[in-house]
Design a protein around this ligand. Structure first.
Ligand code: SF4
Length: 65
């Protein structure tokens, strides 16, 4: 068991689709500018976070070790 991955967000790249908040709703949300914010990096299990990161249409989300 390694350390948990860190989530990096590129708010400039985010187009506010909401996919990430759909897949991992305890981790991601949209703010009033319709840009992604991380609510809690450990809000959802890693599988859900992985699906959210992979599912971002603009690649605005990244997992880093
Ligand atoms: S899936 Fe990507 S583009 Fe859509 S809200 Fe999340 S970070 Fe933004």
């Amino acid at each position: 068991m390694g350390d948990r991955l860190r989530i990096e967000v590129d708010r400039a790249a985010c187009m506010g689709s909401g996919n990430c908040a759909f897949h991992a709703p305890a981790t991601f949300d949209l703010d009033d500018e319709m840009k992604v914010v991380v609510l809690d990096p450990e809000g959802d299990d890693e599988a859900r976070v992985g699906v959210a990161v992979e599912g971002c249409p603009t690649r605005a989300l990244r997992l880093v070790e």
